[in-house]
Design a protein around this ligand. Structure first.
Ligand SMILES: NC(=O)c1ccc[n+]([C@@H]2O[C@H](COP(=O)([O-])OP(=O)(O)OC[C@H]3O[C@@H](n4cnc5c(N)ncnc54)[C@H](O)[C@@H]3O)[C@@H](O)[C@H]2O)c1
Length: 352
């Protein structure tokens, strides 16, 4: 298939681009590079090529797809429509978003404009061009404070942040575009994306970095002095918050499965993507210390407001209906893959 990957130069997007190329799909990555990296698309191309060579030797892989990066905005209806028609695109994957929870509370306008506003332009362009399949990067943030754990897709949706509200608003919009225009979509509600492609040549490179595993590994690399453990009196076994970490390559697999289901006629729906086990902040820290082979300085700090004690997904629907099985679920494997990337590229793509 020919896929438009909107936000394809970002962390999750570039890993999905690599998987699409490995499976022989052609990709146009559209990205405004606000938080993404042109080099991430190049790294995805190289990694797909390298893995295909190994695969061909074992007679396992078909030809690698072709990828190009177009620098532009997701909400530019005319540009997106032109790309969809001139590149003969079959399906769209929409990763592009501003996604910092704290920032979304300080600057809601940025989030409503960039996330919801751009999604309107993108969806209108899909209608203009007659493209009717979309895989959308949604988030666990649509649920808010959990009333039961693990969280299933039918859990109440009461997002606590503007960021979560924008993701939920887009899911509602997708239902409307399905009804009015026949655009079918699968929203994938990721829990905490983590880890890096197994060659160590691509990975997470956010600035500022707000995700626990890269922060812990940056601390191990002495790029920051210590990590702060926010709250040690939660009702969890060791008192620190527990989160569900899902390997970015497992997320990538789910995108290909979702696209396949849409191509077979699946209707609009949403799936949780997590690995079903929670790891506490202290467990992540201890696992990271084992991976890097040394202590990592940490300091206890006050709880942050709005942080639930436990956020763990039930991904049963995704496994039953998409046939998705996360196969890199151990926290040690997830952190090892991230360490391979961060230790070789301490400053991300820029000075890699
Ligand atoms: N990383 C996670 O743990 C996580 C968890 C849940 C949901 N998500 C969602 O998954 C998606 C990808 O997350 P990520 O961690 O890869 O983020 P990222 O910031 O690395 O990637 C987002 C990409 O979108 C691009 N972009 C942003 N706004 C754009 C616009 N208006 N036009 C064109 N390009 C634009 C950025 O330049 C970047 O390359 C996001 O939608 C995010 O909300 C991520």
């Amino acid at each position: 298939m020919r896929v438009l990957a909107v936000g394809g130069a970002g962390y999750v997007g570039s890993h999905v681009v690599r998987r699409l190329l490995e499976e022989g799909h052609d990709v146009v990555a559209l990205d405004n590079l606000s938080t993404g990296h042109a080099e991430a698309v190049e790294a995805a191309k190289r990694a797909a090529g390298a893995r295909a060579k190994v695969g061909q030797a074992a007679d396992a892989h078909a030809a690698v797809g072709h990828a190009e990066l177009v620098v532009g905005d997701a909400g530019d209806r005319a540009l997106v429509c032109d790309l969809l028609t001139s590149r003969d695109i079959d399906a769209v994957m929409h990763f592009a978003a501003a996604s910092l929870v704290g920032e979304s509370m300080r600057d809601p306008s940025k989030y409503w404009r960039n996330n919801v506003g751009c999604a309107i332009g993108l969806l209108d362009a899909m209608v203009d061009a007659g493209v009717d399949m979309l895989v959308f990067s949604s988030s666990a943030a649509v649920y808010g404070e959990p009333v039961e754990t693990p969280i299933r897709e039918d859990h109440p949706k009461e997002p606590r942040s503007t960021y979560g509200m924008t993701k939920l608003a887009i899911e509602h919009m997708l239902a409307g575009y399905r009804h009015a225009h026949g655009v079918r979509s699968i929203s994938l509600r990721y829990f905490n994306a983590a880890g890096a492609g197994d060659l160590g040549t691509m990975g997470e490179a956010h600035n500022p970095e707000t995700h626990l595993i890269p922060i812990v590994l940056h601390t191990a690399l002495k790029l920051q002095e210590e990590i702060q453990v926010f709250g040690t009196d939660y009702p969890t076994p060791d008192g620190t918050c527990m989160r569900d970490y899902i390997h970015v390559d497992d997320l990538a697999d789910a995108h290909l499965l979702a696209m396949g289901e849409l191509a077979r006629g699946a209707d609009t729906t949403a799936y949780n993507l997590g690995n079903g086990s929670g790891f506490s902040v202290l467990e992540v820290l201890a696992a990271a210390e084992r991976v890097v082979g040394r202590g990592i300085p940490a300091r206890h700090a006050e709880r942050r407001s709005g942080d639930p004690a436990v956020l763990v997904a039930s991904s049963d629907r995704a496994s039953q209906e998409l046939g998705w099985v996360p196969c890199r679920a151990s926290i040690a494997d997830i952190i090892s893959s991230a360490w391979k990337w961060h230790s070789a590229h301490p400053h991300g793509y820029a000075n890699g």
